[in-house]
Ligand binder design. Structure first.
Ligand code: DGL
Length: 264
């Protein structure tokens, strides 16, 4: 059985867990929602790195995982390099805003990028943007969405207050003919319907969950994983969590275990 440690600041990474469940079989997923420290996207790079390293250490030591999935764009931006150095024997897969698939899909050449403030400011995203393929001319409309993760964590995925937050951010995208939006935070697929309804037209929303799952499958097959069998999911949380949201995302009730991770 492939043992996969997955973490995020909260419920967002469960959008990635759903994709893992579609693609990978014969697995045991150990998911940590670090709600005690959410939102990561409004913390300092050092804090984000510390939280991520602590959780990874916990997953490796406690569950002896074979793979780590950073189901969080923000954690990936500030911790994946260190994690790969610390655990060279593990499969380590991060999450990055899907700007490249957006470039392949856009017809108007106008792409919106929604992400946390930390992700957009981080070197990883800046490098990605500097090294975009030059064949197609595109304009990126970037928006840091401070406060959106908290709304989603509260379960407010279609409330008036979330709409009020999103509407002015989406206005320049709407006015400039954006036809493709990169959801650069794993929480944002949970407000995908609201985003589409505010834009009032067909916009392609790019979420990278399936790409991550396929990448993990390819890496694990190389290590002789047998992709036939049942999956198990174990969820732990470092603070409060909206259990109703978890149930809605996963489509079933699951026992959620409170934990505390020593260093953080
Ligand atoms: N889901 C995260 C991401 O993809 C977390 C954001 C946050 O906690 O601010 O970036």
């Amino acid at each position: 059985m492939l043992k996969i440690g997955v973490f995020d600041s909260g419920i967002g990474g469960l959008t990635v867990v759903k994709a893992l469940n579609q693609v990978i079989q014969n697995s045991k997923v150990f998911y940590v929602a670090d709600t005690r420290h959410a939102p990561y996207g409004e913390k300092t790079p050092q804090q984000i790195q510390n939280y991520s390293l602590d959780i990874a250490h916990y997953l490796v030591e406690t569950y002896k995982v074979d793979a780590l999935v950073l189901a969080c764009n923000t954690a990936t931006a500030f911790a994946i390099t260190e994690l790969r150095e610390q655990y060279p024997h593990l499969i380590i897969i991060g999450t990055e805003p899907g700007v490249k698939p957006a470039i392949e899909q856009t017809k108007t050449g106008k792409i919106g990028v929604l992400a946390t403030p930390a992700t957009l400011q981080g070197d990883k995203y800046q490098d990605l943007v500097q090294r975009l393929p030059k064949e197609k001319k595109v304009t990126l409309f970037e928006q840091a969405c401070a406060g959106l993760v908290e709304q989603i964590e509260k379960g407010e995925v279609d409330s008036e207050s979330t709409k009020v937050l999103l509407t002015p951010w989406l206005l320049p995208m709407k006015e400039n003919g954006v036809d493709t939006i990169v959801l650069g935070c794993t929480h944002y697929p949970l407000v995908g319907d609201l985003i589409s309804s505010i834009l009032c037209r067909d916009v392609v929303l790019i979420d990278t969950g399936l790409a991550i799952a396929k990448h993990l499958l390819a890496c694990s097959l190389k290590k002789n994983h047998q992709n036939v069998g049942n999956n198990h999911l174990h969820i732990e949380v470092t603070g409060d969590i909206n259990e109703e949201s978890v149930r809605t995302i996963l489509g079933k009730t699951i026992n959620i275990i409170p934990i505390s991770i020593s260093n953080s």
